[in-house]
Ligand binder design. Structure first.
Ligand SMILES: Cc1cc2nc3c(=O)[nH]c(=O)nc-3n(C[C@H](O)[C@H](O)[C@H](O)COP(=O)(O)OP(=O)(O)OC[C@H]3O[C@@H](n4cnc5c(N)ncnc54)[C@H](O)[C@@H]3O)c2cc1C
Length: 388
């Protein structure tokens, strides 16, 4: 087996292959030099307090059959008909089963690759950024999605003066809608974040950024948090749909090909609890769920026991920002209607997201003890009749 990508999904899939009885060689290729680590602390605890790999390393489960690691090596090409993957040192790895687990990388502003801006995707990014968030530093965050808002909140906690610039009219409006976006803006602004929303960027230089409304913001640190780019280049030339991640079938096979699976942030897959539309979901728990399922699916395909039930999950996501813990259940972004189910939006609340009258997601602002209740409620609802 060859697993490309040594992150959360690559590790958990490799371990799953062992659990499902695959005792042949399993090679994991990763272009970072680190053993797999967990990323959520990179914008939270590690960015706030500093830290190293030991503090974020993922626990590895020993199966008695060791995994073979090829770290610091990038997969540059693949031949799915010939069952091989080529690495950046020219090595060709042949496989019976292939796992695509290459995740995403930070999307960059045009022309900014060699510029003065920072991004936050890897441990190295986080360590470099932490060292620059001094008390009093002027920080401009470009992008008001989850990562942008978490970085803004953490930088504020480190005593920085923080501005957030985004083309969207509200923070996190695409995944969570305007009702919650407005409330999160209120909370961040009350904490001291200075928002410039509905505004583009004209230029970035060593000393700051110029906005499309002509405003110049002086900055000691500029962080780009404008979204993510799936790492699929190595899969090109195989007839796969790579328009946004790699499209997988309902059993998580790459383009329906037996003997291959896609997992984690890079995979675009249908969710049997929702509908047949393939979507990418960049959540830690979904990386785990797809890995556990795909390991069984892949071993099943290779041993004549193909999977029977298509993949289905209720995605869950958490974020800590603006002094509130946010828990998203399901797929709020699919909703057409949003309502407060419980509590007070300006304090702690449960918000329901509906499409065609059916619940497709729930967001909790605080209310940690209600998580189990709403997860069961949503799961039961979705299982009763998937959305179409
Ligand atoms: C700062 C930050 C905060 C986050 N916070 C949260 C949170 O609070 N809650 C939540 O649910 N999720 C959060 N996430 C998202 C979560 O971490 C991801 O969903 C998860 O890491 C996905 O795992 P993955 O293995 O699919 O991808 P990754 O973790 O990105 O791993 C993919 C690996 O493959 C490597 N790779 C890429 N291309 C190649 C190649 N060609 N050859 C070899 N290796 C390659 C990459 O370098 C990387 O090491 C956060 C992410 C970040 C960056």
């Amino acid at each position: 087996m060859v697993v490309v990508g040594a992150g959360l999904a690559g590790l958990r899939t490799a371990e799953g292959l062992r659990r499902h009885g695959w005792d042949g060689p399993v090679t994991i290729v990763g272009d970072e030099v680190h053993m797999p680590y967990t990323r959520p602390p990179l914008s939270k605890k590690l960015l706030l307090e500093g830290g190293d790999h030991a503090g974020v390393e993922l626990r590895r489960r020993d199966s008695g059959h060791p995994l073979q690691w090829r770290l610091g090596r990038r997969a540059v090409a693949s031949d799915l008909d010939g069952c091989s993957v080529t690495l950046d040192d020219g090595t060709v790895l042949c496989y019976q089963g292939l796992v695509a687990a290459t995740g995403v990388r930070a999307r960059r502003l045009p022309g900014s690759l060699d510029g003065p801006t920072a991004v936050l995707r890897t441990l190295d990014d986080a360590q470099a950024l932490t060292g620059r968030l001094h008390p009093g530093a002027r920080v401009v965050v470009i992008g008001a999605g989850f990562i942008g808002c978490e970085v803004a909140g953490t930088a504020l906690s480190r005593g920085c003066a923080v501005s957030v610039v985004a083309i969207d009219e509200l923070p996190m409006v695409a995944p969570l809608g305007p009702l919650v976006g407005a409330e999160l803006r209120r909370r961040h602004a009350a904490a001291g974040v200075n928002f410039h929303l509905g505004t583009g960027i004209v230029s970035v230089d060593e000393g700051g950024v110029v906005l499309s409304d002509g405003t110049r913001l002086e900055a000691d640190v500029v962080v780009e948090a404008i979204g993510l780019q799936p790492a699929t280049e190595w899969l090109a030339g195989n007839g796969l749909d790579l328009a946004d991640g790699v499209v997988c079938d309902e059993f998580l096979r790459l383009g329906g090909r037996k003997g291959t699976v896609g997992v984690g942030d890079v995979a675009r897959f249908p969710n049997a609890l929702y509908d047949a539309t393939p979507r990418r979901i960049e959540h830690w728990q979904v990386a785990v769920d797809t890995s556990l399922y795909a390991a069984a699916s892949l071993v099943g395909d290779l041993t004549g026991r193909p999977p029977e039930k298509p993949f289905g999950t209720v995605p869950t996501f958490w974020s800590d920002q603006a002094s509130v813990s946010i828990r998203a259940l399901g797929q709020p972004a699919l909703a057409t209607d949003v309502e407060v189910l419980e509590g007070d939006l300006s304090g702690e609340a449960a918000i329901g997201y509906r499409r065609d009258g059916r619940l497709v997601g729930v967001l909790l602002l605080g209310l940690p003890k209600r998580m189990g209740f709403y997860l069961k409620h949503l799961t039961d609802d979705l299982a009763a009749a998937p959305t179409h």
